[in-house]
Design a protein around this ligand. Structure first.
Ligand code: NAD
Length: 489
C-alpha cells in the first residue's frame, strides 16, 4: 500500500480516531462507583504509525518555531487549562478516584505550573561557551547550540495523570520536539481535555498527538517505532524493563521514572507532632498511590510505641469516601484489580507475622459509592524490614512501621531494597540530616518535609527506580541534543 504524505494534516486528525475494527473501544470506569463514565479509543499499531507520521511531519515547523513563540504557546496552554480548571479537576477525580480537593490543590495547579515553568525556562535558557587559549595569541572558541531531538514518545501512568503527562509534554514541546502521548488507559480523560486545549491554542499540525489504548497495543509499538527518537516513560519497574529493551535497538534517548519503596526515617530528636503528620501524609496522600509515598516508616526505638499510637490515631481519623466531597481525605483506589492486589499484600503481611493496627477493610458506603474500590488506610507493625511486605512496592494505602536502635541500622534498612527513588528524614540534628542525606541510596531526600517540589531540581531515582533525571535544566538537556561548534581563531 502506498504511504501517504506525512505532511498531510488529515493524518493528524485521523490519528485521534480509532480505526474501524472489532473491539475498538475500552471502557473507562469511575473508581468511586465502579460505573462506566466513558469509552476510549482502543488504538493499535496502525494508529501509532499515523501519529508518528503526523509528528514526524511537524519536526521542521515546530522545531523552527522561534523559542519565544514556543514559550508564548506554552503559556497559552497553561491559560487554556486554567480557563477550564473545574472541569479538569472534576474529570481527574472521576477518572482516578482521588479527592477532587487534591486534584484542585495539587494535580491541576501543577499541570498549569509545568507549562508556565518550561515556558520561562526556555525563555531564560543559556548555553555554554568555552574559550581555548593557544600559544602566541591563537586559540579557539566553542559554543553550544540546543537542538530538538525529534519525535518524543511520552508514556505515563494512572496515579497523577495530567500532572505527570504535562511534566513531559511541556519541556518536550518547549525544546521543539513534536510529541506522541500515551496516557494510562485507566485515566485517559484529562489527556483528551489537554488535546482540546492545545488544539485551540493552535500549534502546528502534528506537534501534539495523543493515542489512547493499552500498553502492549500502543505503548509497545510506540516505544519501538522507528520515527521515535526519544522515549520518556513513567510507570512500573517491570514495564520500564520492557520499554528499555524496545528502545535500545534504535538508540533512542531514554528517561525512566519507575517504582519506589520509600523510607520515612524518624529519629527521637524530631519534632514529634510534625513527624507524625508528615509520615501520615507521606504514606496516604492520593490513597498511597504516589511513587514518592513513604510506605515504610523506620522509627527510633525510644519513641516507637508512642509514634505508632499517634500514627494510628491520625490515620484512623482520615475520612475515606466520596471523592467529590470537599471533606474527603482519601478516595477510591484506581481499579478493582489494584485493590485486589493491595488486599493480597495485606494477607501477606499477616502471613509474614505482621500486626494490623488499623484499616485494611473495605468501608461500607451508601450507593453509588458501594460499588467503588475503597479501602481503609492500613498501619502494620511487627514485621522485619526485610520481609516482602516491607520491600515490595504495594502502591496503595498500606504502611509498615519498624523500630531501629542505631542510625547505621536505620540506614541499612532504608537502603536494603531494590528501589531508590526518595526518602524523608525527620530529625532536628543538622549533622545527622546531612550525613544521612548523603548516604541514602535514593535520587531525592526530604528533611522534615515531604513532596515539597521545586521544578528546577533534578527528579529521578537510582537502582530499580529509574534512569536519568528530569526537572529544570535536566529536562531541557534531556529533551534536546547539544551541538558543540568549535571555531579556530
Ligand atoms: P505501568 O507500568 O503498568 O503503566 C505505565 C504506562 O505504561 C501506561 O500508560 C501503560 O499503558 C504503559 N505500558 C504498559 N505496558 C507497556 C509496554 N509494554 N510498553 C510501553 N508502555 C506500556 O504503571 P502503572 O500501573 O500505570 O503506574 C504505577 C507505577 O508507576 C508504579 O510502579 C509507580 O511507582 C510508578 N510511578 C513512578 C513515578 C516516578 O516518577 N518514578 C511516578 C508515578 C508512578
Amino acid at each position: 500500500m502506498a504511504r501517504r504524505d506525512p505532511r498531510d494534516p488529515e493524518l493528524h486528525r485521523q490519528a485521534l480516531q480509532p480505526r474501524r475494527r472489532r473491539r475498538a473501544w475500552l471502557e473507562n470506569l469511575n473508581p468511586a462507583t465502579g460505573r462506566l463514565i466513558s469509552r476510549i479509543a482502543r488504538s493499535g499499531s496502525e494508529d501509532v504509525d499515523r501519529a508518528c507520521a503526523a509528528a514526524a511531519s511537524a519536526r521542521k515547523p515546530w522545531g523552527d518555531t522561534p523559542v519565544l513563540e514556543r514559550a508564548r504557546l506554552l503559556d497559552a496552554i497553561a491559560e487554556g487549562i486554567q480557563a477550564r480548571f473545574d472541569e479538569f479537576a472534576r474529570t481527574e477525580s472521576e477518572d482516578q478516584g482521588k479527592p477532587v480537593s487534591l486534584a484542585r490543590s495539587i494535580d491541576i495547579p501543577r499541570a498549569i505550573a509545568n507549562f508556565r515553568f518550561f515556558a520561562g525556562a526556555v525563555r531564560h535558557d543559556e548555553t555554554g561557551c568555552h574559550e581555548m587559549h593557544g600559544q602566541g595569541g591563537t586559540g579557539a572558541l566553542n559554543y553550544s547550540l540546543r537542538r530538538p531531538v525529534g519525535v518524543a514518545a511520552l508514556i505515563t501512568p494512572w496515579n497523577l495523570p495530567l500532572y505527570l503527562l504535562t511534566w513531559k509534554v511541556a519541556p518536550a514541546l518547549a525544546c521543539g520536539n513534536p510529541v506522541v502521548c500515551k496516557p494510562s488507559e485507566l485515566t485517559p480523560r484529562t489527556a483528551t481535555l489537554l488535546a482540546e486545549v492545545i488544539d485551540e491554542v493552535g500549534l502546528p499540525d502534528g506537534a501534539f498527538n495523543l493515542v489512547h489504548g493499552l500498553g502492549p497495543e500502543v505503548g509497545a509499538p510506540l516505544t519501538a517505532h522507528p520515527q521515535v527518537a526519544l522515549v520518556s516513560f513513567t510507570g512500573g519497574t517491570a514495564t520500564g524493563e520492557r520499554v528499555a529493551a524496545a528502545a535500545a535497538p534504535g538508540f533512542k534517548k531514554l528517561s525512566l521514572e519507575l517504582g519506589g519503596k520509600n523510607a520515612t526515617l524518624v529519629f527521637a530528636d524530631c519534632d514529634f507532632d510534625q513527624a507524625v503528620e508528615g509520615a501520615a501524609r507521606a504514606a496516604f496522600a492520593n490513597q498511597g498511590e504516589i511513587c514518592l509515598c513513604g510506605s515504610r516508616i523506620l522509627v527510633e526505638r525510644s519513641i516507637h510505641d508512642r509514634f505508632v499510637d499517634a500514627l494510628v490515631a491520625r490515620v484512623s481519623a482520615l475520612r475515606v469516601g466520596d471523592p467529590a466531597s470537599p471533606d474527603t481525605d482519601m478516595g477510591a483506589l484506581v481499579s478493582a484489580a489494584h485493590r485486589d492486589k493491595v488486599e493480597g499484600y495485606l494477607r501477606l503481611a499477616v502471613e509474614e507475622g505482621g500486626r494490623l493496627r488499623c484499616g485494611g477493610q473495605r468501608p461500607s458506603l451508601n450507593p453509588p459509592l458501594d460499588g467503588g474500590f475503597f479501602l481503609q488506610p492500613a498501619v502494620i507493625t511487627d514485621l522485619a524490614p526485610s520481609c516482602r511486605t516491607a520491600t515490595e512496592e504495594i502502591f496503595g494505602p498500606v504502611v509498615t512501621v519498624h523500630p531501629f536502635d542505631t542510625e547505621a541500622e536505620a540506614l541499612n534498612a532504608a537502603n536494603g531494597v531494590r528501589y531508590g527513588l526518595s526518602a524523608s528524614l525527620w530529625t532536628t540534628d543538622l549533622r545527622r540530616a546531612h550525613r544521612l542525606s548523603a548516604a541514602l541510596d535514593t535520587g531525592m531526600v526530604w528533611v522534615n518535609t515531604w513532596l515539597l517540589r521545586d521544578l528546577r531540581v533534578p527528579f529521578g531515582g537510582v537502582k530499580d527506580s529509574g534512569v536519568g533525571r528530569e526537572g529544570g535544566r535536566f529536562s531541557l538537556d534531556f529533551y534536546s541534543d547539544m551541538k558543540n561548534v568549535c571555531i579556530q581563531l
